[in-house]
Design a protein around this ligand. Structure first.
Ligand code: 26W
Length: 824
């Protein structure tokens, strides 16, 4: 209904076309005669952008006028994907655009495809931030995202001779979705020293002086909510040389090149997204990125608060800041510095404000992913911050000492400073001490952090500081946009599009599980999605796959804990089993396509070895005449958000098979089920809650439990473990050279067989194979399978990121939606 009242969207198709033509002819300075698809995309994006801007401005005015509490989501990653399709759907004008573009001679699908993904993230954490922005806007919460405007997003992956090759992702050539705010800049200081002095009242004051300055420039990205005028802001900072820093001395003395070099050095801060996922490398430039982004964001937030002229103690009533993992933890220190050094508050008063402002979300328990920064590095880069960290730690440890006297071990365990050589700052400890709430991202994960890595903090702060908010996904992108036909079918049975804003309405589908016509349409949609993926596979890999085969998909970052190696070992086992059969026996087997996709961090050689093996197995299996359609193995290049939108709706079964206790939540598991695919998985992360919601008959669970992992690892180390016979057979075949030079895979094999099998591949392999046999059997009964799929979708309401954001809003941020009067 708001569409009628708001002035921004297009009145009709002709109005839209006029705007597209105007942009082609003026903004792009081209004639309609040489308007290709890329120009059509540009003009269409600009036309929609114009419409978003008005609501965006109005939203900001409304939120400022209402003086409502805002939440600021600080994330080093926002994995947004494409914006045009999303914008058209959220303002409810995709059909109109489709018709308009058709009249101009374009297919809307082709136009949409022209857009470069905004890939400012690695994986789950970054995509979660993007889903959260969609939900925050759709639910009318006053919210901003703050991040970095990387010039290079996550690298593009090419597969050459079976190996991953990384290509830089230079994505900013044409980006109509960002607005540079050259007037919104912040000078950010690095290095220098601290000067102590005493003021009139005899109080010690600290000033951070000297060092270098880099300028942060704001770039704003509008975030339209679905079916609401609320259009929130994502502010990304870009680094530039500060004007005073540009060395005119050098310039005048003719050393032009070196003054340009200084300029470029400043710009490198926001140049590139670090491509490591779940691995902390402790690089100085990464720490610079973190402080640069955090300091600019806080300056902005504080500036906005100060305009209200309220007393400082009201800061937490107007501002909530959420830390997306520990990457922005320096914000805690920076706010304390602003309040104490610059605003003159007493330490305790300031610290109260800080703690009440921040919330911290933990996304991983992997020890190698827990951030630590060396004390000498922080001392050098941020000398005043190091002092504050030491003071925070001192007061914290003193209070622990009062609470638990004479417990040196406890103090050592919980200290923010690790007494190693060199000393290290444990960012998670700092984030816990400086926040009022700490949350995990799925029930098992939240329990694990309370009983393992953070257990001492539960003793100290009490259990109420720790909470769970199970992750969710936006149904707008992951159902409506990615699977429009299924979305339409669901709308026709659940009473319209309401399920897109209240996903629990999916439950109405249960009434139609037995409806013949409905089932037929459902199956046709899945088949059509598989045909589309099969075409993509053919076009990109040259492999022909049959859309009637079972599509078995594992797409996610490549990591040992996610166990793509187990999947490919399973595929090899399947191949060997098929080979050993008589042609008659083979005839009876179920055809299957094993589909892999995902990037390996450039320095993670084991992950790269896994990719190589998958490709080599594909090269053998796909060309084996004995096998034909019974097994195909493909690796899809450059998995990203827009590819996910095509792959996920085409899956029959997807694999979420991490070692129990290692995958904090997983979010693609939710996307697959929401699109009518089943899953095979371990009892890990959100798989457990998915099972609870959809019923254990509708999921294929296997493998050891988190509680058994420690003991199993121990058994490996003390030689009380014999390797599974089927797995040994797979290793033999690899070592015989069937899949290329065995040397290339020696690391993968020995990690499991000879080096403790940390991720317990051999422990779970048997159960994994058995469960795959059950999958085959279940898939043969297509009617039963379809019933499982439909029933599962009907029970997925819980996994909307809207539910998740409402839980944060109520339990952590204490903010309310700013309801919009649509008739005004
Ligand atoms: C310091 C290097 C580094 C970089 C990224 C460490 C850790 C990360 C992320 C926290 C890793 C990550 O993306 N975690 C994923 O977060 C998702 C959203 O909560 C979860 O669904 C995934 O299970 C979790 O792996």
């Amino acid at each position: 209904a708001w569409l009628k009242h708001q002035t921004s969207p297009f009145k009709d198709k002709d109005g839209f076309e006029r705007e597209v033509v105007r942009h082609v002819e003026t903004t792009l300075a081209r004639s309609l005669y040489n308007c290709d698809e890329s120009a059509a995309y540009a003009a269409c994006a600009l036309a929609f952008r114009d419409r978003l801007i008005l609501e965006w401005n109005r939203t900001q005015q409304r939120q400022t006028f209402a003086d409502s509490k805002r939440v600021y989501y600080l994330s080093l990653e926002f994995l947004m994907g494409r914006a045009l399709d999303n914008a058209m759907l959220n303002v409810g004008q995709k059909d109109l655009a489709k018709a308009g573009l058709a009249e101009l001679g374009f297919r809307i699908e082709d136009v949409i495809q022209q857009e470069h993904d905004a890939a400012l993230g690695n994986g789950g954490l970054g995509r979660l931030a993007a889903c959260f922005l969609d939900s925050l806007a759709s639910l009318n919460y006053p919210a901003w995202g703050y991040g970095l405007r990387y010039r290079y997003g996550i690298f593009k992956q090419e597969i050459i001779d079976g190996y991953q090759v990384e290509v830089p992702d230079y994505w900013l050539d044409f980006n109509p979705w960002e607005f540079p705010r050259h007037d919104v800049t912040v000078d950010i200081q690095f290095y220098g020293h601290v000067v102590k002095s005493t003021d009139e009242s005899g109080k010690t004051v600290c000033r951070w002086e000297g060092g270098e300055t880099v300028k942060a420039v704001a770039y704003d990205v509008p975030i339209p909510g679905y079916d609401t005028p609320t259009t929130n802001n994502l502010r990304l900072w870009s680094s530039k040389a500060a004007s005073g820093e540009f060395d005119f001395q050098k310039f005048n003395s003719g050393d032009y090149e070196s003054s340009v070099a200084d300029q470029q050095r400043a710009e490198t801060i926001s140049a590139v997204l670090y491509p490591n996922d779940n691995l902390d490398r402790g690089k100085e430039l990464r720490l610079k990125q973190q402080y640069f982004w955090v300091a600019a964001s806080l300056y902005d937030i504080v500036r906005r608060f100060k305009k209200s002229k309220r007393p400082w103690k009201e800061f937490p009533d107007k501002v909530a800041i959420q830390l997306n993992d520990t990457h922005p933890t320096l914000a805690i220190v920076e706010l304390q510095r602003i309040l104490v050094d610059l605003e003159g508050l007493e330490w305790d008063e300031a610290w109260n404000i800080v703690v009440n402002t921040f919330g911290y979300t933990n996304h991983t328990v992997l020890p190698e992913a827990l951030e630590k920064w060396s004390v000498p590095l922080i001392q050098h880069l941020l000398p005043r911050h190091l002092q504050i960290i030491y003071d925070v730690n001192l007061f914290f440890l003193q209070s622990v000492e009062r609470q638990f006297p004479n417990n040196r071990d406890l103090l050592r365990e919980v200290s923010i400073i690790e007494e190693s050589q060199p000393k290290m700052v444990r960012m998670a400890h700092l984030a816990i001490v400086g926040s009022h709430k700490v949350n995990g991202v799925a029930e098992l994960h939240s329990d694990l952090i309370k009983t393992t890595i953070f257990k001492d903090f539960v003793e100290i702060f009490g259990p109420d500081k720790f909470t769970n908010v199970t992750n969710g996904i936006t149904p707008r992108r992951w159902l409506h946009q990615a699977n429009p036909r299924l979305s339409e079918l669901i709308a026709s049975k659940t009473g319209g599009k309401g399920f897109l804003t209240d996903l629990t309405l999916l439950s109405k589908l249960e009434l139609y599980v037995d409806d013949k016509e409905f089932r037929k349409e459902w199956a046709e949609i899945k088949y059509a999605n598989k045909v589309r993926l099969a075409k993509h596979i053919k076009a990109t890999t040259g492999v022909t796959v049959s859309p009637s085969a079972l599509f078995d998909v594992q797409v996610k970052r490549i990591h040992e804990y996610k166990r793509q190696q187990m999947n490919i070992f399973g595929a090899i086992h399947r191949y060997l089993t098929l080979k050993a059969m008589t042609p008659e026996e083979r005839q009876k087997q179920l055809p299957r396509v094993s589909i892999f996709g995902g990037k390996a961090a450039p320095g993670y050689w084991m992950a790269k070895q896994i990719i190589h093996l998958i490709n080599n197995v594909g090269a053998v299996v796909n060309n084996d005449k004995d096998i034909g359609d019974l097994l195909k193995v493909v690796f899809l290049e450059d998995y990203n958000v827009s590819k996910a939108e095509m792959i996920i709706p085409a899956s029959d079964i997807s694999e979420h098979i991490s070692t129990a206790g290692t995958e904090a939540s997983g979010t693609s598991n939710m996307k697959f089920v929401l699109n009518g695919g089943l899953i095979i998985g371990t009892c890990d992360g959100a798989n457990i809650e998915i099972t609870r919601e959809i019923g254990e008959n509708n999921i294929f669970l296997f493998g050891n439990l988190a509680e058994d992992v420690e003991e199993l690892r121990h058994a490996h180390l003390y030689g009380q473990h014999t390797i599974d016979a089927d797995l040994a057979r797979v290793f033999d075949e690899i070592e015989r050279g069937t899949f290329g030079n065995p040397q290339d895979f020696a690391g993968m094999v020995s990690a499991v067989r000879d080096h403790g099998d940390y991720y317990l591949v051999s422990d779970d392999f048997h159960s994994y194979l058995e469960t795959h046999a059950l999958v085959d059997e279940a898939y043969r009964d297509q009617e039963q399978w379809l019933t499982k799929c439909i029933t599962s979708v009907a029970r997925m309401g819980f996994f909307s990121s809207d539910r998740c954001i409402n839980e944060y809003a109520e339990g952590i941020w204490n903010i309310e939606p700013l309801v919009v009067d649509r008739d005004k």
